[in-house]
Write a protein that binds this ligand. Sequence first.
Ligand code: G6P
Length: 613
Amino acid sequence: MCGIVAYIGNRQAYPILIKGLKRLEYRGYDSSGVALLNDKNLNIYKKKGKVDELVAFAEQFDTTSTIGIGHTRWATHGEPNDKNAHPHFSGDSNLTIVHNGIIENYDILKTALEQQGHVFKSDTDTEVLIHLIEEIQRSENLSIEEAVRVALTKVVGAYAIVVLDEKEPDKIVAARKSSPLVVGIGENEFFLASDATPIIEYTKKVTYLNDEEVAVVHRDGTFQIKNIQNENLEPSFQYLDMQIELLEKGGYDYFMLKEIFQQPQTISDCMRGRLNANEGWTTLGSVENNIEKFLNADRIIFVACGTSWHAGLVAEYLFEELARIPVEVEYASEFRYRNPVLTEKDIVIAISQSGETADTLAAIELAKERGAFVYGVVNVVGSSIARATDSGSYIHAGPEIGVASTKAFTGQLTLLTMMALNLAYRKGTISQDYYRQMVVEFSTIPTKIEETLKYNDKIEFIAEQIKDSTNALYLGRGYNFPVALEGALKLKEISYIHAEGYPAAEMKHGPIALIDEMMPVIVIATNKSAYEKIVSNIQEVKARKGFVIAIVTEGDKHIQKMADFVIEIPEVEEIFSPLVSSIPLQLLSYHIAVMRECNVDQPRNLAKSVTVE
Ligand code: G6P
């Protein structure tokens, strides 16, 4: 939800801002803009649409400057147009701001400012904030950093902001609460951004701002951090470990396709050091450090949103079947507002790719307040959720840039499977022989995904057959029920075809009414348990002339005879099957979206990092 980037130093700011905005476009692409300060003149260039449109628009202007701020927007207040694009000016145009988040009390602030004579040009909450800063700076005669700090004490809501003052051309002021902000520290230069991707090629040294902290970075290389209560703070530094190649498409047409094909590697990366097939064990350092809590837990509650919630559903099957721990899976947005019963013997596991999802963060805070132990399963290193949880594990999938999550989903499944196997063994709910056998089998998953990816051409052919559908139904049972939900979500997200995922047997209780020859029904039919049942479900669909595409285990001739098309995947233990059966569904959605000329990596209205409720 909105990306921010800023630069101060001796280099030209504009190319750094544009490159950074392109990296951050996954956070929103309704509009983009930059503010550049040159010879004490503050100029703003902004445009509705993607960063490329801003670049084309800005060609006519002089963009020379060594200090600037930029923004790519996912609209909350005010429709996506040039006027509502960031940056925004203060009333006298001396100050400018970019903002990620929502100022919840903007209405009250706006009314008060209007009474003081302020006139607003946009419909955004952000413009209210810069006018508030201007008012405080003017009436109390404060430096820009002090004005920002005081203004933030009056604000309710979430913000990551960067502010420039024309009269103070050698500094940038930044602050955060609930939305992320990273400061990259170079030689007499600073980079600020919503995540580390715009910073990585210039410096590895960073500091992550914490909630209610205000940073001032100066052109002479010095910087200070305060909290909004005006106490000086000592920054803590971290060193980025990220390869630039991971941020490029690397020959693929879309990041999503690259990320689908990366999965054998990303899953191996997730397993590295945590699974040893020769010795037959799997372990996670931070589970080990808290083993008593896990072994004595009354319950595990997974909280997440979107695709990460689907990973939680798979984990429910794994943890209950293997480790016999009662599990609940909650949408973070519901959990946080429904006064859940929690005790100190509950473990709350938050699952998040970005580590920034606002609802998941709020669910974590609630769980902590109520005394539960909170564990994070996160991809983005140093993200807010990684820092807010009591402990946790990274999935090490590397940057995921396509808005539709693929490699992060299988990374989450990999980590959660290792966790369930390890806990089951430690609790004695599975035998040592079975544990070893499963660890060995699990280590072959990257190879099995590799083999599945070889069916890409066939999947593309099948995509051609159903690309013009307006609806699709995904069915699965057991471990493959969450896979059906995830398959349907992928199709909706990127191809705008309405799709529903259903437990196969539940089809009779409603969706069967929708089935006719126009309705593709994608059945995940690799289960060994309940195989006959899923065969019956396929027959029920065929009897109503539905068009069946079945994901089956290699060599399954029985379903092949019934289905219109089959996609074969290598035989795999049922507990691991979501890792493999989700791959053809990712590819199917991808090809359909490409054939429908959709922007696969940046689907309309979506954003990758949802930092608003
Ligand atoms: C957005 C993304 C999804 C993602 C969900 C949860 O909706 O588009 O791909 O699954 O947020 O995000 P998280 O980063 O917490 O996993």
